[in-house]
Design a binder for this molecule. Structure first.
Ligand code: ACO
Length: 332
């Protein structure tokens, strides 16, 4: 039996801080509304010349160093993103070239904000089927590149960032690692959170740009209603697949989209403040990067003791949702 274990973790956020007070100068909003409706106080924005692959690279270098391996030692580079540097080739191919002189498999995983959860599930399957020994799973999104800073309903929500994890094969049942994954999608909600222009349906043109179709559009209320159902379902299904229940949760690391969505899950599962990792107030919604950022912060704060049962749960555009259940610990 082969177990998929964690050997390295890293994260990165750009330096520039955009506070709620900065946003008050840009759109018709105010700090009180943003904090009470979302819990967000500030977010980080990449500079104009900083790309999604740049952020993925910074996080990946830290994850590889943490694991004590080189880029050349990897078998596969997976990158979860919704804001690839270019529509093609993939951000993963660009990242692979910067991490290793040796060619290896590389591809992007695009599943809305659930992308990193999807990519971990892919890596687990590659490792447990013995197709790969060591997989880098990066997550990076530069949502500021597709946010309309004239639209107050979305401008206040999003930030930029990246995270990365190194997953490896270990023989035997083991005591730590990825215990289970759960993925789901319902494309009937595809138009609720969408970047309508620039794809093959509405190729980029003067009209699509004039109409702002290259910006992210979101039906916030509908996505909210979906999220408060989908995230708990993802938690319960992931645990069921691991043969566990909500009573076994030591830590929940939910997608950091909105404080109210996180608090609803916390109440539903009777979890304490200490058991739920939150950093949405400082980074906003960093899409695919939100969970690895929170996981890395919790690790550095010393909150995650070896053996802790950690549930990662996300939802996003697609609509997609899913979870990863981890027995925490670094098996280097
Ligand atoms: N500042 C001030 N007022 C605002 C703002 C703003 N930034 N945005 C909206 N308003 C106003 C609206 O115009 C509306 O005014 P009205 O009553 O006069 O019409 C009022 O505030 C209430 O608007 P709602 O949209 O009903 O506010 P709501 O409480 O639903 O909060 C929000 C909106 C924060 C977007 C919420 O719906 C939400 O978080 N949805 C989920 C979003 C999400 O999670 N998206 C990401 C999922 S996937 C991914 O991570 C990429």
């Amino acid at each position: 039996m082969v177990q998929c274990v964690v050997t390295g973790l890293g994260s990165y956020v750009p330096q520039r801080v955009l506070s709620n007070h900065d946003l008050e100068q840009m759109v018709d909003t105010n700090d009180e509304w943003i904090v009470s409706r979302t819990g967000i106080r500030e977010r980080r924005l990449a500079s104009a010349d900083e790309t999604t692959s740049d952020m993925a690279y910074h996080a990946s270098v830290l994850a590889l160093r943490d694991a004590g391996v080189r880029g050349e030692d990897l078998d596969f580079v997976l990158v979860a993103t919704n804001t690839s540097d270019t529509v093609f080739p993939s951000t993963a191919a660009r990242l692979q070239a910067r991490l290793s002189d040796r060619p290896m498999a590389a591809m992007d995983v695009q599943a809305g904000c659930t992308g990193w959860i999807y990519a971990i599930a892919m890596a687990k399957a590659l490792i447990e089927s013995k197709a790969c020994m060591r997989v880098l799973v990066a997550a990076s999104d530069k949502l500021s590149s597709i946010v309309d800073y004239h639209d107050r309903s979305t401008a206040v929500l999003f930030g930029d960032g990246a995270g990365a994890i190194v997953l490896e094969a270990r023989e035997g049942p083991g005591t730590v690692g990825v215990l289970s994954t759960y993925l789901n999608a319902d494309g009937r909600g595809a138009e609720l959170l969408v970047q309508p222009g620039g794809g093959s349906r509405e190729p980029a043109s003067h009209e699509t740009v004039d109409g702002g179709l290259h910006f992210l559009k979101m039906s916030g209320n509908e996505v909210f209603r979906f999220a408060v159902k989908a995230m708990p379902e993802a938690v319960e299904e992931g645990l069921k697949r691991a043969g566990l229940t909500v009573d076994d949760i030591d830590f929940l690391i939910p997608h950091q989209a909105n404080q109210r969505i996180i608090d609803a899950a916390m109440r539903q599962f009777h979890l304490s403040e200490h058991q739920v990792v939150k950093n949405v107030s400082r980074y906003g919604n960093t899409s695919v990067a939100s969970i690895p950022l929170a996981l890395d912060e919790a690790r550095h704060e010393g909150r995650l003791l070896p053996g802790a049962l950690v549930v990662l749960a996300a939802f996003g555009s697609g609509l997609t949702w899913g979870s990863v259940v981890l027995r925490w610990g670094m098996d280097r």
